[in-house]
Design a binder for this molecule. Structure first.
Ligand code: FES
Ligand code: FES
Length: 151
């Protein structure tokens, strides 16, 4: 199997039914997708698969053979934050940060598809993502702050 992650192609050694989350973290050492519930319920493992936000804990890697995957590492870096990441910082939309990769990847996928989402559309795209620290208003405000701007 072969996947492209953040623009780099990888031949994989993992077994076909290994969750993509574990392939990313343990084989490729890409650690922004977090192992939270590992049952599809919390959103912190979310990555972008061929343009769509997907929960990597639920995806056997064989199901994404040949796919292009973007993780938080492919969206921005500490020295060059994406506008959305900068908005999370500015709006204090992250505290411990455990949920943040999932929120940022899901919101990035939303904004790529719909540059000016309504608050209701943002809520819907981020529904099922859980944050135990920040509350959700600041996260919604961070996404709204970059709506209509280049990602
Ligand atoms: S770890 Fe995948 S949804 Fe919670
Ligand atoms: S910032 Fe801690 S869980 Fe969301």
């Amino acid at each position: 199997m072969r996947i492209t992650v953040n623009g780099t192609a990888h031949e994989l050694a993992s077994a076909p039914l290994t969750p993509l989350l574990h392939v990313l973290r343990e084989e490729l050492h890409i650690t922004s997708p977090k192992a939270g519930c590992q049952q599809g319920s919390c959103g912190t493992c979310t990555v972008i698969v061929d343009g769509e936000a997907r929960r990597s804990c639920l995806l056997p890697v064989a199901a994404v053979d040949g796919a292009h995957i973007t993780t938080l590492e492919g969206i921005g870096t500490p020295d060059a934050l994406s506008p959305l990441q900068a908005a999370f910082l500015e709006k204090a939309a992250a505290q411990c940060g455990f949920c943040t990769p999932g929120f940022v990847t899901a919101a990035t996928a939303l904004l790529a598809e719909n540059a000016t989402p309504s608050r209701g559309e943002i809520r819907e795209a981020l529904s099922g993502h859980y944050c135990r620290c920040t509350g959700y208003v600041k996260i919604l405000e961070a996404v709204e702050a970059v709506a209509g701007r280049a990602l």
